[in-house]
Design a protein around this ligand. Structure first.
Ligand code: TYC
Length: 101
């Protein structure tokens, strides 16, 4: 069999567009009980006990801690829900969002 001439094919790689991600950040305060913060992190962000505890302690010691990243809508909804849970219980617990660069 004779060798077949091959024409190099240029493949254009399709670029997958990914939506920008938003960080949800937990802020420390002096009043919310540690255990309450852990419960909110478990309920709203689906973290397990040890993940929640670590995030809570980081915020407690450093002032703030990134919990997770989501699309903008999800990040804002979760931050609002979590902040609302604190408010309903009389705590100044606060969650904010920030665009990931
Ligand atoms: N600093 C709070 C206390 O000492 C606990 C706490 C931790 C509150 C993290 C908010 O994001 C927070 N009771």
């Amino acid at each position: 069999m004779s060798p077949t001439a091959t024409t190099p094919k240029t493949k254009t790689k399709p670029k997958t567009q990914r939506p920008p991600l938003w960080k949800v950040i937990l802020l420390n305060d002096d009043f919310t009980p540690r255990e309450f913060v852990v419960e909110v992190l478990k309920a709203v962000f689906r973290l397990n006990e040890s993940q929640s505890y670590r995030v809570m302690m980081t915020a407690h010691q450093k002032g703030a801690c990134v919990i997770a990243v989501y699309t903008r809508d999800v990040a804002e909804t979760k931050a609002k829900e979590a902040t609302e849970l604190g408010k309903m219980n009389g705590f100044p617990l606060y969650f904010t969002t920030e665009k990931e660069e």
